[in-house]
Design a binder for this molecule. Sequence first.
Ligand code: EPU
Length: 301
Amino acid sequence: MRIEDAKILAALPNLGIDRLEGAALSDYTSLGIGGTTDLLLIKRRASIPELVRMLDDAGYPHKFLGGGSNLLIRDGELPWVMLHLVKPEPEVRLEGNFAFVDAAADLGRTVTFCAKNNLGGMEGLIGVPGTIGGALRMNAGAYGIQIGTYVREVELYRAASRSLVTLKGDEIHFEYRHTSFALDDIMLAVKLELPSKPFKEILDGIRICNEKRRSSQPLNQKSAGCIFKNPPGASAGRMLDELGLKGLNVGDARVSDRHANFFVNAGNATAAQMLSLIDTVRERVRQSYGITLEEEVIIWK
Ligand code: EPU
């Protein structure tokens, strides 16, 4: 979708917003899949309420794009405008055991930065791709750790009231890959409380997780991590593997040979191919196990 409203186009520079006309979102997702649309890069988050008001008034649907690492976006010209927050410098500020982190900060870099300052706890998250904001919204987790455990305060843009809101940690519920944030809440910043640990000890934990991840996940291929959530008490990856689905493909969308719950873009996969593969696999699992798997990846159709 292209913005043609002259008033909006004229206002963008004053709001600290750059417009990339007809950006290919395949360049902004870890799957390398996604159609084209105007991408607005927001450099001042205080501008969000005004920007959203203008887009709403002019009838332009919009969505916020984070790190794009857990996202499957449809093909073709998208029927919405994409908004993206630009990282401020510095991304992380420390005060004792508290880390104040911008939502656009890279998750891995944040874990490493805190580790270097002898703040641990998040070792397991080191190889999870994406931003702090994305991790927060999904309550990202790995190797027994989930980010929600450390959250003390979240600043967000609440679309429902078109206002900036700050929530205390105990006002937010974090569950397995699920949070109580409203679907259209946009994460802006978080205050984490992290346990003190010597850097060397954290580094050992990071090394172990990295090793496990390298040996079991296709890290050098384009993917969005795990496609399905694990059903209670079971592993989606193991089920898919048991059904012999590794290597199954629709065009260039393919079930990874390394970890069956990772679907990779082996070349020029389209969203349509990936969605078709997801449906095929879900149906095979339903027939064999009587379980309907839910997607872990976010899908924008
Ligand atoms: N397994 C197989 N074949 C496979 C994949 C897995 O037999 O193709 C077996 C493994 O051998 C293991 C069991 O299934 O015994 C579980 O596998 P793994 O340890 O890889 O964990 P997972 O449950 O598949 C979860 C998260 C991952 C996270 C890892 C590590 C979900 C959906 N997945 O995977 O998160 O990295 O644990 O903690 O919760 C993601 O969220 O995108 C993601 C990849």
